[in-house]
Design a protein around this ligand. Sequence first.
Ligand code: HEM
Length: 336
Amino acid sequence: MTFPVSKMHKDSTLLALILALLIVIPNTLGVSRGQLRVGFYSKTCPNAESIIHKVVQKAVSNNPRNAAILLRLHFHDCFVEGCDGSILIRNDVDGELKAKGNLGVLGFNIIESAKAQLENICPGIVSCADIVALAARDAVSLVKGPFYDIPTGRKDGRLSKMSLAGRLPDVDDSISVLKSKFREKGLSDKDLVLLSGAHTIGVTACFFMRNRLYNFTTGGSSDPAINRRILPRLKAKCPINGDVNVRIPLDWSTQNVFDVQILRNIRDGNAVIASDARLYDDKNTKQILDSYISSAGSGTRPSFNADFAKAMVNMGNIGVKTGSKGEIRRLCNAVN
Ligand code: HEM
């Protein structure tokens, strides 16, 4: 009689152990996947974050567009080989920066200026990849976006190849392609919507508008998702044979302020670039987008700012290199 009881006891202990492992293992993997932590430099270079903040503050007060430039730089760093500063390497003829998807990416001088100051006070400690991530965080907060903690401790990569940049999201991608490019990086549809919300600041070159305005269908017409009232305005700014380098705001109304207006623009057919408009082509992404601008009381509406911050942390975890997998570059523009 005792045998079944003690077996039951053993079985339930085993079950409890398995359950505990099922809960603990994914969490452990989650932590060790990044091995990043908030305040990584608090002992080794205590002023690192404040030095980066000052450099970014100066750059943004000199030119508010630098906020957008730094935010975009982090995205383009993370989507090729992970957030490892590989986009900053500029001495390779076939480096990733040369890829078509990286056209117009800027901000290198700001990162290099922060790096030079950091190398003076704590040489060989702060990675370029972390400077990019912290600079993007500070940039957002300086244009009235959220300020949030980001885990640091990324190492710099040693590889930067144009051929590795083939899966960068493209402005003319369909919603299913955009979704799968984000999923490949471990990002959800919700992350896609929130991170596209980064287009609340900054500008686009007319170059990226050509297909949307003049060649959306085989018949050569424009994207039907464009509100007919803004179409003439867009065409006037970016004429068919005009200069493709002319830049127009991604968010008509509040170009230098981080706010939720970009999502309203998308809902109303006032998105500027096609990939933003595509978020309204899909039931799930549309529903997510609508939730941030619903007419329900602000108490029940999720916070765009708070969720954007979470999505940025998720993006900042893509393919991070830690330990011996990378290095701390001495100069951000070249491997050691
Ligand atoms: C969903 C896929 C995305 C596509 C297809 C896309 C595409 C583009 C394009 C074509 C531009 C204009 C670039 C230029 O003319 O120089 C742009 C600008 C920008 N993108 Fe995105 N983007 C995407 C996602 C993101 C994400 C995830 C972020 C950041 C979290 C971001 C941040 C920005 C910012 C801030 C600008 C303005 C840059 C400036 O003013 O120089 N984008 N994007």
